[in-house]
Design a protein around this ligand. Sequence first.
Ligand code: B12
Ligand SMILES: Nc1nc2c(ncn2[C@@H]2O[C@H](COP(=O)(O)OP(=O)(O)O)[C@@H](O)[C@H]2O)c(=O)[nH]1
Ligand SMILES: [Mg+2]
Length: 406
Amino acid sequence: MAAAKSPAPLRILTAVPVCDGHDSAVTTINIELARHGIEVIYLGYHQSASAIVRAAIQEDVNVVGLSSYNGGHIVFFKEVVDQLKKSGNGDIPVFGGGGGTITQADERVMKRQGTDRIYFAGTPLADMMAEIKRAYARAAKPNAKFKGDRALARAITMAEGGTRPPGAFARSASGTPRSTKKTFVVGVAGPGGAGKSTLIDELTSRFLKNCPGGRIALLANDPSHPDSHGAILGDRVSAIYAQDDRVFFRSLATRGSLTGLSAAAPAAIEILQASGEFDLILVESVGVGQESDPFGIFGGRKLVDATLFVLAPHYGGLIQLQKIALLNGADLVALNKCDHPMAHTAKAEIQARLNQNGKGQILHATTAAKHFDPGVDALFAAIAKLGGLDTVRGGEKACWMASPDA
Ligand code: B12
Ligand SMILES: Nc1nc2c(ncn2[C@@H]2O[C@H](COP(=O)(O)OP(=O)(O)O)[C@@H](O)[C@H]2O)c(=O)[nH]1
Ligand SMILES: [Mg+2]
């Protein structure tokens, strides 16, 4: 099993509560945390307590940090603490800040209700960072009491630290996954900014609609900063449809791996497969360059069943297009941002490039920024067909799919 070499950094989930759009403070804090070697999973502003708790569990964070300015903090922090406890995850502490809004008297009440601490206006950032590291850094250990998504999440955390996953999620002695459930794994690669995360979110909505009995897992790889070793794992911000219990979303920082994936990604994929929970797993690579092959489709260990390559109209012209190695081997290719005026020419150029491969690759034209885009419908239909997602299991249709041209 692949193992991450560096010691595990602290992982913090940050968010701004529901009905609050003050995200400038948390953005400053996020950058500062990452500069201090911390991995920050940012959920965004206007977030419900249940969305925060779901994310904290799936990301197996050391602590949740809330930034609250619009009032209601006494009730809101308590709700997050209570939901964590109720779901068996009361070991995840909650802390936060809120400048001119949260008072010292409020903090006393909040502490009694389970909030760890509040940082007030004027606290020097350096002091705050030192204290956060001191208070919350700890090595993750296997914990047999964890259930459901938290158990899965902890197994992935252990894999990130280079430890073999425990019991239920380990491969059998013969090397085959323990679950016999069929899980289709798709690797999604492409340049940074092409719209991979947005497209994955739209594909998730198609899965939720078309596979009423199924679960989907999303593994989002994002780069660690080479200087501080911290990271801002921001893919959850655009993951609107991940706020559903049928979606398991996990962010992975690359921690020095230069393959386009975290060194723990192969183990994380195995863990998700072995859990027997998921019909479909989508793995997003970091923004890749011309020679990248994050999923091993040209040799080495193939990590996925199929690869989707996503690009946007601004790829820089025909010569640039010819250089992209993954276009030779991708099972599925999507030109995203088809709402852009350059898309018309791009479609013709990319289709010609694919025709030269002689593999019958079809170009999917998508506009992920638009809900209900027919191009995304067709792309999901192609994925479902490739992965046999419309098969019947146990007498029940776990997942159904209209034909691509319906
Ligand atoms: C900037 C600001 C805005 C900006 C927000 C921009 C943005 N995208 O965030 C704008 C102008 C858009 C805005 C709008 C509004 N605002 Co305003 N805003 C502020 C202001 C002046 C500063 C907040 C800030 O960002 N501070 C910068 C941070 C870095 O400093 P800090 O707050 O001191 O934070 C320290 C600690 O708290 C800690 N910390 C903070 N968060 C976190 C999180 C973690 C994880 C950690 C570890 C630490 C930490 O870090 C800092 C360390 O020194 C405050 C006044 C104030 N003094 O708080 C009002 C304030 C919060 N706003 C207020 C109001 C009323 C509004 C509006 C409703 C106004 C209106 N009628 O439209 C809207 C609501 C917007 C919305 N959608 O929610 C009120 C809230 C009153 C209340 N709670 O009862 C305040 C208190 C102003 C006031 N005195 O009336 N606002
Ligand atoms: N105009 C337009 N913008 C899009 C589309 N899809 C994504 N975007 C935007 O492109 C930016 C990058 O998207 P993101 O999904 O983060 O790209 P990634 O780096 O490939 O994962 C975001 O601001 C998206 O909102 C699209 O179809 N059209
Ligand atoms: Mg992305």
